[in-house]
Design a protein around this ligand. Sequence first.
Ligand code: OSB
Ligand code: MG
Length: 370
Amino acid sequence: MKLPTRIVLHVLHMPLRFPFETSFGRVTQQETILVEAEDDGLSGWGEVPASAQPHYSSETVVTAAYVIRDFLAPALFASRLRTPADCPALFHRVRGHAMAKAGLETALWDLEARRRGVPVAKLYGATRKFIESGVSLGIDPMGLLMKRVEDFAAKGYRRIKLKIKPGWDGKPLAEARKRLPAGFPLTADANAAYTPAHTAHLRRLDRFRLDYLEQPLGHEDLADHAALAKVLRTPICLDESITSADLARNAVRMKACRVVNIKPSRVGGPTKAIEIHDLCRKAGIPVWCGGLLESGVGRLHNVAIAALPGFTKPGDLSGSDRYYSPDVIDEPVAVAPDGTIALRSRPGIGADVRQDVLRRRRRERIVLKP
Ligand code: OSB
Ligand code: MG
């Protein structure tokens, strides 16, 4: 493929419509980088949803901008890339920094799709026309949280996930179960807040018949997850632990999880995400697409990837209106009354970036050239 002539990093501060709290903290604003790859009057868009603090992962928008500027973009400009699928090999010498790599790779996929006049989902190998939407509900006062549970179920969302932590688990899950129809897919995400010492306590969560329990233990604790999996009836789903295809393969082999949350930005981009999707599919492990409070740009890439055949569970892919008003894209992501999001037929991610929102939310603009 022809290389872009210029890469522009747009560092944005996007105010959240309401605070989002997990076991590792509460945020009121998401910091993110939109990556614009330009060529011949076309712009391809990608996103680095890294946030301001190194809490979910070790990356932040500052480390990602630095790594793209000093290492990834120079490697790209010096390369003879055949396709964006060669990005993981090209970036291999840079250890870690998955989100920075993903931001650049997604921009190249969008640029390539726009050049060819096809939806980016087609290049990713998507087979679905619709994907199922789930919602992730942060830690909030019980009344407010239960109102959200009822609202999102009524809006047709196909799965509800509650953020939990020690001291905030059995109660909200019991209250949510009371309000949801029997058998409604309910899950809980601990973001690594428990330890093996909580095993007996976690076993008592089996009574809520969760579809899965997401990342109960530390992000490096695969063997501990495997031991916990043996005594839980609830399947374990891993999120933070799965930072590469190698770790996904090892987690599956060790029976550390029965479900995998694939966040394309956490694993280094779409090519790596597809590789993990393929290996899980072969192993009979269902996957779903997670989110990191992405703006519409990252959200649309995720929707396109979630349309691959192995994504058999609803993702954390809510509508644009869930977090941002306005979103940065000209056609917001919308969830239909049946809880699905339709794939788009427009080229690329299927939307353009709103220049007014970009200017209003931008804190920094970094131009990179060969
Ligand atoms: O663990 O899935 C997570 C947001 C920030 C950091 C970690 C997580 C999340 C979410 C949000 O759950 C999901 C979304 O983008 O809607
Ligand atoms: Mg998670």
